[in-house]
Design a protein around this ligand. Structure first.
Ligand SMILES: *Cc1c(COP(=O)(O)O)cnc(C)c1O
Ligand code: SF4
Length: 334
């Protein structure tokens, strides 16, 4: 018979999976929940549909189409407008696929794609058209990616990516970590995930136990764009993550209408610091087709960043960067 502890663990482990299954996929339902009038659904939403967990919707203002959290997830007619220079693979990641499940584009670091799935569909996502099925973001692809990492001594850091790598279950994650531990040249593990922000219930004590037990140096990079995303549920998830030896960083994408003001960016940094998260990157938007309406001109971005530097302590100022295809690292803009 299972003990009470076992029962509790099993319940909490499936809690986030139930929440994910219950996420909103119907724009009409989202509209009704927020008391909004109908908006036109773009054709682009057929291939990349609405997906947003209810807990994230709870942090939106009702009756406001310009709410900065809503704007990140609501498919809008502008997505169908074509814009020259905005393409389906702006970072030319297809060129960097080094075999199934593995992306090699940074020196010493390899990206292992654990899954193509996400808990939320961000309209500005540079991988919104990424061919996950063909790129090996499957269990068999991951196994092949692990073999390729074992064969290449130049790889000292493995970045679990996706999709969202924390969407896989704890057992699979523990298997992958175990395999990485046994590859002597791998010294660091990095996880890029938006789940602590958009589905904080994913960060269970069981997950912390999986992440906590490793010889690898560990870094978790979360992804928040606006201070309103960082409510008490996120604070609790970050506290659980912080119970492991992992360093916790945040990356933000600079998005017109969402966070392109010095006051919003400063509030985001201050909130992150309060939670114990280091603001790491402020990304200029990648030129993915359908997201041109989120663009902030580089000159304005530099000006916003200058104002951040003037108003915040140095450790709270993220690096302003752009990803340039073919470059071995991010380009620092300021
Ligand atoms: C930039 C980037 C990396 C590598 O990050 P560094 O911190 O510059 O090493 C990995 N994954 C994604 C998706 C990135 O955009
Ligand atoms: S969570 Fe990250 S990978 Fe997933 S849709 Fe959003 S930006 Fe893209």
């Amino acid at each position: 018979m299972p003990t009470a502890t076992h029962v509790r663990a099993a319940t909490s482990a499936s809690g986030w999976q139930r929440e994910l299954a219950d996420a909103i996929r119907d724009p009409a339902e989202l509209r009704d929940l927020l008391g909004l009038a109908a908006t036109e659904i773009p054709a682009a939403a057929r291939a990349f549909p609405l997906l947003v967990p209810r807990g994230f919707v709870d942090r939106m203002r009702r009756g406001d189409l310009r709410d900065p959290l809503l704007m990140q997830v609501l498919p809008l007619a502008q997505e169908d407008a074509s814009a020259p220079g905005w393409s389906s693979d702006p970072l030319r990641e297809a060129d960097a696929l080094a075999g199934p499940g593995l992306v090699r584009k940074y020196r010493g670091r390899a990206l292992l794609l654990l899954t193509g799935g996400c808990a939320i569909n961000c309209r500005y996502c540079f991988r919104r058209e990424f061919p996950y099925a063909e790129s090996g973001a499957t269990r068999r692809g991951v196994a092949a990616g692990l073999d390729a990492i074992a064969d290449d001594e130049a790889i000292t850091e493995v970045i679990l990516s996706g999709g969202d790598p924390l969407l896989v279950d704890d057992g699979f994650l523990a298997d992958v970590l175990g395999r990485l531990e046994r590859i002597p040249h791998v010294r660091r593990l990095r996880i890029h995930t938006r789940l602590p922000v958009v589905l904080p219930s994913r960060v269970t004590p069981d997950l912390a136990a999986v992440l906590g037990d490793s010889r690898l140096a560990r870094v978790v990079v979360i992804h928040a764009n606006h201070p309103a995303e960082l409510d008490a549920t996120v604070a609790a998830a970050v506290r659980t993550l912080a119970s492991t030896p992992a360093t916790i960083l945040n990356q933000t994408v600079l998005l017109a209408g969402v966070n392109d003001s010095a006051a919003t960016l400063a509030a985001l940094s201050e909130r992150l610091v309060e939670l114990g998260v280091v603001p790491y990157y402020l990304h200029l938007l990648d030129r993915i087709r359908g997201a041109a309406h989120f663009d902030v001109e580089e000159q304005r971005a530099v000006e916003l960043h200058r104002r951040l530097r003037e108003s915040l302590p140095g450790y709270a100022v993220p690096r302003l960067v752009r990803e340039v295809p073919g470059e071995p690292a991010k380009v620092w803009i300021a």
